[in-house]
Design a protein around this ligand. Structure first.
Ligand code: BES
Ligand code: ZN
Ligand code: ZN
Length: 497
């Protein structure tokens, strides 16, 4: 997609469709309308149209004109000016882009001057939101479809800008495009079937991403994993014909003096539950049980492209969780990388077993902060649904920063408590810890399990089970893998001192 910015006004542009962002408020609405009518010979928009469309949030209205340079105009409602937000702009841009593409337009011009004129928001931030909303909403996973979903739209241009805003707007557009591309890469990994993405191919993807965008990647194979005594990774992968991999990614080594941030992503390329097998309904979703890994790979891509001045390590334990004669069994006891033991009470609580190794391995880098992302529990979906990621950890400053990043990107996180009392639920009689904590507070007891394996660092755990896997379309995220985490973490990394 080609994104551009121009000072050209309606008289000078030529486009398949022009989208005009309109506020619900009477004065602003009629002002915008007057300027359109003055410049473009619109067929209609009389009293009936005005009754049908009043620029409420989520509304749009298509008009035709006799002007061959601007044959179509779509009015996009932004709702009340008082409750305007950057997120509403992402959604409005998604509406405009999907409408344009649906009409088989090749070019879309967007008039967002109502937004630029009404708010003190940086033009750059406005442009980023428009690029994100547009490019994320046009995503489709059609790799295996013989008849691809049509994607005609090739050019999006923000028009009628003040000349002083053009260069900032261009910067913002490119930044939004970079974030959307990294997020869409994560979505591709999530949506790919388990037959295509298994530990070896997930590792290959990380390697190619590193080559393409300039971060380094080291892959540990099964014998290296064995020599490191990563007992959780070995145990969970035992039942599968696919050997495990442990992926280590690195960016910005020269900035080490400012501290190291480690990102850890759960990479279960398919989760059948193992011997504690899952019911068959919706099991196909478990191809996305590597969404944490996808988020980390996508974030490494964004960080490298942005040349972030931060030392970043990405760790992904990658396994397939299968039942078979060689699979790990309930009652088995595992010894993890740091020497601690865990009792496997349920083989479907496999994510924490592989993360235990990765989190204790992270200590080796003497990190200032470690953030893990995992589709860890169904319990977090029960608690928060699909609109917030569950957040737990041992450092309030990092959690506050992530919460802020979540508000800015609208990849929102919500903190759950880690009260000491919950720890009792994962006590084992035969090992240092048990991998399940009973029926209640499943997301929290899972985090408590992880906490047993962290090192001397500030740590935050993000349970993305509800936000990574979407059952139905959201404004700019089609159902399936959402790519959640990439924009959140990139924003966090930019802001974190
Ligand atoms: N991958 C699942 C969690 C999950 C569930 C992710 C639904 C996305 C949507 C995880 O490995 C799992 O199976 N967890 C169990 C833990 C239980 C056995 C303690 C769960 O949540 O049921
Ligand atoms: Zn599981
Ligand atoms: Zn899982």
């Amino acid at each position: 997609m080609n994104l551009s910015a121009t000072t050209n006004t309606f008289k000078k542009i030529s486009t398949d469709i022009l989208a005009v962002f309109v506020f619900h408020d009477k004065k602003l609405f009629s002002h915008t309308l007057a300027s359109i009518k003055e410049n473009i010979e619109i067929t209609g928009f009389g009293p009936a149209s005005q009754k049908d469309f009043s620029a409420k949030e989520g509304e749009h209205h298509l008009l035709y004109s006799d002007n061959k340079n601007i044959p179509r105009v779509v009015l996009i409602g932004l709702g009340d000016v008082k409750s305007f937000s950057v997120e509403k702009l992402r959604r409005a841009s998604a509406t405009a882009s999907k409408k344009a593409n649906g009409l088989k337009a090749k070019s879309l011009s967007i008039d967002c001057t109502s937004v630029l004129d009404s708010f003190k928001l940086q033009p750059e931030a406005i442009a980023t939101a428009i690029a994100e909303g547009s490019l994320l909403s046009l995503y489709a996973y059609d790799k295996y479809l013989t008849h691809k979903k049509t994607r005609t739209l090739k050019n999006i241009s923000l028009v009628a800008l003040h000349s002083r805003d053009v260069s900032e707007v261009n910067k913002g557009l490119q930044y939004g495009k970079l974030l959307a591309n990294a997020t869409n890469h994560a979505r591709d990994l999530e949506n790919a079937p388990g037959s295509e993405i298994y530990p070896e191919t997930l590792a290959k993807n990380a390697q190619r991403t590193g080559r393409d965008h300039g971060f380094s990647v080291t892959i540990f194979n099964k014998s290296k994993i064995r020599s490191l005594n990563m007992g959780g990774v070995l145990a969970v992968s035992k039942g599968s014909v696919h050997d495990p991999r442990f992926i280590v990614m690195e960016h910005g080594r020269s900035h080490k003096k400012n501290g190291t941030i480690v990102l850890v992503g759960k990479g279960v390329t398919f989760d059948t539950g193992g011997i504690s097998i899952k019911p068959s309904a919706n099991m196909a979703e478990m191809k996305m049980d590597m969404s944490g890994a996808a988020a980390v790979i996508g974030t490494m891509q964004a960080a490298a492209q942005l040349k972030l001045k931060k030392h970043l390590i990405g760790l992904v334990p990658a396994v397939e969780n299968m039942p078979s004669g060689s699979a790990v069994k309930p009652g088995d006891i595992i010894r993890h990388y740091n020497g601690k033991t865990s009792e496997v009470d349920n083989t479907d609580a496999e994510g924490r077993l592989i993360l235990a190794d990765a989190l204790s391995y992270a200590d080796k880098f003497k990190p200032s902060v470690v953030i893990d992302l995992a589709t860890l529990t169904g319990a977090v979906v029960v608690a928060l649904g699909h609109y917030a990621t569950g957040m737990m950890g041992n450092d309030q400053d990092v959690m506050n920063a992530l919460r802020n990043a979540g508000e800015n990107t609208y990849e929102r996180v919500w903190q759950l408590p880690m009260f000491d009392e919950y720890e009792k639920q994962i006590k084992s009689d035969v090992a240092d810890v048990k991998n399940v904590g009973g029926r209640w507070a499943g997301a929290i007891t899972a985090a408590w399990f992880l906490k047993k394996f962290i090192g001397e660092y500030r740590w935050v755990h993000l349970d993305i089970a509800g936000t990574a896997i979407l059952e139905s379309d959201q404004d700019y995220s089609p159902r399936g893998g959402s790519g959640v985490g990439v924009r959140l973490l990139t924003e966090f990394l930019q802001q974190w001192k």
